[in-house]
Design a protein around this ligand. Structure first.
Ligand code: GDP
Length: 131
C-alpha cells in the first residue's frame, strides 16, 4: 500500500516505478480511500498499541494505492526495498528513506508474511480484480 502521506505529496508514480524496477509484478491495483472503520480493521493487530488512534486517523486521511505484488521471496524483498519502519533508520535508497517523513507517516506498507499478504489482498480485492 502507498499511504496517504505519499499519495498527497505526489510520490505514487515514483514509488510504483521503483517497485516495478525492483522486479515486482502487479497482480491487482486500486486508488481508493479508507474510512476510519476500514483503517481500524486493517490495522486491528495494533489495537492495543498507544499509536493506534493516530494510525487510524492518518490511514483514513487521504487516498491510498493498494496493490497485490508478486515476486520470488516477495515479502522479504519488499520489506528490504521499503526499509525500516522509522525512515530515520532506513537504509539509503529505500522507499521510506527517500519518501517518508516519520515513523507514523512512512509512505508505504508491506505485508509481514505470505499469510498476512493473502489476508490483506482479500481485504482490498475480489477475484475479478486480480490478473
Ligand atoms: P511496518 O510493518 O514497518 O509497517 O511496522 P509496524 O507493523 O510495526 O507498524 C505498522 C504501522 O504503524 C507503521 O508502518 C506506522 O505507520 C505505524 N507506527 C508504528 N510505530 C508508530 C509510532 O510509534 N507512532 C505512530 N504514530 N505510528 C507508528
Amino acid at each position: 500500500m502507498i499511504k496517504p502521506d505519499a499519495t498527497q505529496k505526489g510520490y505514487s508514480g515514483a514509488i510504483l516505478d521503483q517497485i516495478i524496477k525492483a522486479g515486482f509484478s502487479v497482480k491487482a491495483m486500486k486508488w481508493t480511500r479508507l474510512t476510519k472503520e476500514q483503517a481500524g480493521l486493517f490495522y486491528e493487530v495494533h489495537k492495543e498499541r498507544p499509536f493506534y488512534g493516530e494510525l487510524v486517523d492518518f490511514m483514513s486521511s487521504g487516498p491510498i494505492v493498494a496493490a497485490i505484488l508478486e515476486k520470488e521471496n516477495a515479502v522479504a524483498d519488499f520489506r528490504k526495498l521499503i526499509g525500516a519502519t522509522n525512515p530515520a533508520q532506513a537504509e539509503d535508497g529505500t522507499i521510506r528513506k527517500l519518501y517518508a517523513a516519520s515513523v507514523g507517516e512512512n509512505a508505504v506498507h508491506g505485508s509481514d508474511s505470505d499469510e498476512n499478504a493473502a489476508i490483506e489482498g482479500d481485504f482490498f480485492f475480489s477475484k475479478l480484480e486480480r490478473f
